[in-house]
Design a protein around this ligand. Structure first.
Ligand code: PLP
Length: 393
């Protein structure tokens, strides 16, 4: 027997462990100081009441023979897929319920989707990036090329026709940079993908943070995208489902190559290896897409959006260059006074007792940048912003 030797090629992901380690060492040495955490990418507000009621009701259904549910449809229950379809319709995008596949989160689907692609495909990934895209492809032994996201392009790289790629990852609004593409910019990527006969894997996990017109919430707002793009989304950031686990993937019927339908391949893959999310969770998720559920989750999103604005305003006041903050829970800032990512991490921890995430941990182009997140409480965010202002000259 041999193990998959590609695992040797995955970089040890020490980023969050190192952040936690430095923060806890600081706390141990300074027990009197209150450390504020603006590094987490996880939500902090509880599930909306409409979701909780639906979860409880579904638990009760499972207790009664007449309403008990065993295995459900591989692609998810129609009641949830119809709700998601309606969510897309509200943003002016038409997707069929049979083009939506429910799962236990976008992370699983982003990793699992690689099952339907040939091993020798070349993958194009932006740098810096959400590490899942890189690590899953390294595990599968695929060749990765990088699209440089930098200050010069506002951390929104555009296609380079000299580069050939088969699978293209786009995350917008982006984690970690918070930068978001306009529909027109995504149109350039769709044009490139169609010309290269490539597929775009579009991660829309943060679409619910978009407030400005012209920015894309779905890649299917772009004409032609249904022939070349798969969209991944999740209830994690939309509705606080990070621990509850529910997401979905949209695969249009028109996405096909060499006689293969991507939708059919994915259905086959899911039917073989997966059984959608639990019935109870899908009932809770469906409540998100009701008018009452949507109104409630918007209140939670507004808290995070206010926090993001507070941090962005702080950067404006300090004259610090940043992306995100306006259509994203992430603020990606240029470390002041030429500091490196970890240098700025230590500076903020030691002087302001604020913890963020060093950009260098997300790729080589992240060096010299730093990520703050809006998922803390409003009080924590306000206090952190005041402290940051006091220590940066
Ligand atoms: N995509 C991006 C860009 C993310 O940042 C995250 C989580 O932080 C995910 C996907 C994973 O989402 P889920 O909780 O649905 O697995």
């Amino acid at each position: 027997m041999n193990f998959n030797s590609n695992f040797k090629n995955i970089a040890e992901n020490y980023l969050f462990a190192e952040v936690a380690d430095r923060a806890s060492k600081y706390t141990a040495a300074h027990p009197d100081k209150k450390v504020l955490k603006l590094g987490i990418g996880d939500v902090t507000l509880p599930l909306a009441p409409a979701v909780i009621e639906a979860l409880h009701a579904a638990v009760d259904e499972m207790a009664v023979k007449e309403s008990f549910k065993g295995y459900g449809p591989y692609e998810g229950y129609a009641f949830l897929r119809e709700g998601i379809k309606g969510y897309y319709a509200d943003m002016g995008v038409s997707v069929g319920a049979d083009e939506i596949f429910v799962s236990d989160g976008a992370k699983s689907d982003l990793g699992n989707i690689l099952d339907i692609f040939a091993k020798d495909n070349t993958v194009l990934v932006p740098d810096p990036v959400y590490p899942v895209y890189v690590d899953t492809n390294i595990m599968a032994g695929r060749k990765i090329v990088y699209a440089d996201a930098t200050e010069a392009n506002g951390f929104l790289p555009m296609p380079d026709y000299k580069v050939n790629a088969d699978v293209i990852y786009i995350c917008s609004p982006n984690n970690p940079t918070g930068a978001a593409y306009t529909v027109a910019q995504l149109g350039e990527w769709v044009k490139y993908a169609l010309e290269k006969k490539a597929v775009i894997l579009y991660d829309a996990a943060y679409e619910s943070f978009i407030t400005e017109d012209g920015l894309a919430r779905s890649i299917y707002q772009v004409e032609g995208a249904k022939a070349c793009a798969i969209e991944f989304c999740s209830l994690s950031k939309l509705a606080g489902f990070t621990g509850t686990r529910c997401g979905y993937t949209v695969i249009p019927h028109s996405l096909a190559c060499d006689g293969y339908s991507a939708n059919k391949l994915w259905f086959r893959r899911q039917a073989t290896k997966f059984n959608a999310a639990p019935y109870i969770i899908q009932r809770g998720a469906a409540a998100v897409y009701t008018p009452r559920g949507m109104a409630q989750i918007k209140q939670n999103l507004a808290v995070y959006q206010r926090n993001a604005s507070l941090i962005a305003q702080c950067m404006d006041d300090l004259g610090i260059w940043y992306t995100g903050g306006k259509n994203s829970p992430y603020i990606w800032l240029k470390c002041p006074n030429g500091m490196g990512s970890w240098e700025f991490f230590d500076f903020l921890l030691n002087n302001a007792q604020v913890v963020g995430t060093p950009g260098a941990g997300f790729g080589k182009n992240g060096e010299g940048f730093f990520r703050l997140t809006a998922f803390g409480s409003e009080d924590t965010t306000r206090e952190a912003v005041d402290r940051i202002k006091a220590v940066i000259k």
